[in-house]
Design a protein around this ligand. Structure first.
Ligand SMILES: Cc1cc2nc3c(=O)[nH]c(=O)nc-3n(C[C@H](O)[C@H](O)[C@H](O)COP(=O)(O)O)c2cc1C
Length: 366
């Protein structure tokens, strides 16, 4: 049982269609104006992080998507406390430019930028923009070099690195980022290669939604390896949250989202994930076991089952925390109003349960 408070993040809807592959009516909007209002509501409601997504072309339904780093900076400019995690894709991004660009944003925002290094799952996107498509584990080998390069450039003078993908020679970046030791580095992906990379170099491991039992297996695996590497990794889990005054209402919203699924888009996405996952030898990658219904939320967010009343959701969040989860990455149907509802109704219950648990621990050790 852990005594620190669990952290909350939300997905920035910088893509049209929100966080579900469904034609259900949504009051979420991908515009800058909506996202600024959302970010301001989220920081007031107790969210510490927001995560922007990167897609050069969408594999499922969405017509429009804003670029992640510039969009993150736009949100940071209009907020005060929120940290925004920008997704970065090695391949299109090179570490020298990423390191320089992010160090500047870190200065402009007083140390509130972070990054999510994603290794790519959609081959069509890479083909469309003329990027090569290394095999699954090679993509992670490249991402690991990418992260080692960023860390080196951000923390050392006269940085030299002779990798398979990236090289630096006696390079000194000025100014270094504001954050010390460096800008926080998240990563996305659940396969063997993703977990091994996390256990070596990432500050945070983001994984798709799942049950506490399945999440625990991943966490135990990563933490054991990380320990052997003298490295500590924090864990973030995706969840599509549907909090309503009654369980029936919440379940009805889920059913409505699934009933309106964009079937062609979900099936196309399924095909693309098979291609991405097939390349991970052990078959444990994200989406390896996803059903059609799971894929209506593109990071398996229904599986985490934060769907019900505030009390039910708060209790399930505590269960996740107790298997070692540090952060809940949340998606919502109608973002602004649901982020506010979450801050008002769910978060205080989570804090209360955490407090009660802490008390029990203290009493036991007294
Ligand atoms: C929380 C989270 C966020 C992600 N964000 C993006 C993204 O913005 N763009 C992208 O191309 N892939 C994104 N991914 C996909 C991963 O980087 C990775 O390619 C995918 O999960 C498949 O990995 P695996 O087969 O190694 O498990 C994300 C994954 C997770 C878990």
């Amino acid at each position: 049982m852990s005594s620190h408070q669990i952290t909350f993040a939300y997905w920035v809807p910088n893509v049209s269609g929100g966080l579900v592959v469904s034609k259900v009516k949504q009051r979420t909007d991908w515009s800058y104006e909506y996202n600024v209002r959302l970010a301001q509501a989220a920081e007031k409601s107790g969210f510490e992080y927001a995560l922007t997504q990167i897609r050069f072309t969408a594999g499922y339904g969405a017509d429009n998507q804003h670029e992640s780093v510039s969009f993150s900076h736009g949100i940071l400019a209009k907020t005060e406390k929120l940290k925004v995690i920008a997704a970065i894709l090695p391949g299109p991004w090179k570490p020298a430019l990423a390191a320089k660009q992010l160090a500047t944003i870190d200065h402009l925002t007083n140390g509130r930028i972070a990054i999510n290094v994603v290794s790519g799952w959609f081959r069509g996107e890479f083909d469309a923009i003329g990027e090569t498509w290394p095999e699954h584990d090679e993509r992670y080998a490249r991402s690991e070099e990418f992260i080692r390069s960023l860390k080196g450039v951000w923390t050392q003078d006269n940085f030299t690195f002779d990798g398979k993908y990236y090289q630096f020679k006696d390079y000194t970046l000025r100014p270094k980022p504001v954050q010390k030791p460096h800008i926080e580095i998240f990563q996305g992906g659940s396969s063997r290669a993703a977990r091994d990379m996390a256990s070596r170099v990432s500050d945070w491991y983001f994984t798709n939604g799942n049950t506490p039992t399945e999440i625990k297996k991943q966490i135990d695996d990563i933490r054991e390896k990380a320990k052997a590497n003298h490295h500590h990794v924090k864990i973030g889990v995706n969840a599509f949250i549907i909090a309503r005054d009654t369980e029936e209402e919440a379940k009805a919203v889920l059913q409505d989202i699934i009933d309106h699924a964009d079937k062609d888009a979900v099936n196309a996405f399924h095909g693309a994930t098979r291609e991405a996952g097939a390349a991970s030898n052990e078959g444990e990658g994200n989406w390896a076991k996803s059903t059609f219904e799971d894929l209506v939320q593109y990071n398996d967010g229904f599986r985490t089952n934060l769907i019900g009343t505030p009390q039910q959701i708060a209790e399930r969040i505590l269960e996740l925390k107790n298997v070692g989860v540090d952060l809940i990455l949340s998606g919502f149907l109608h973002f602004i109003e649901e982020v506010e509802y979450f801050g008002e109704k769910v978060l205080p219950l989570v804090r209360q349960l955490e407090e009660e648990q802490k008390q029990i621990l203290q009493d036991k050790s007294a």
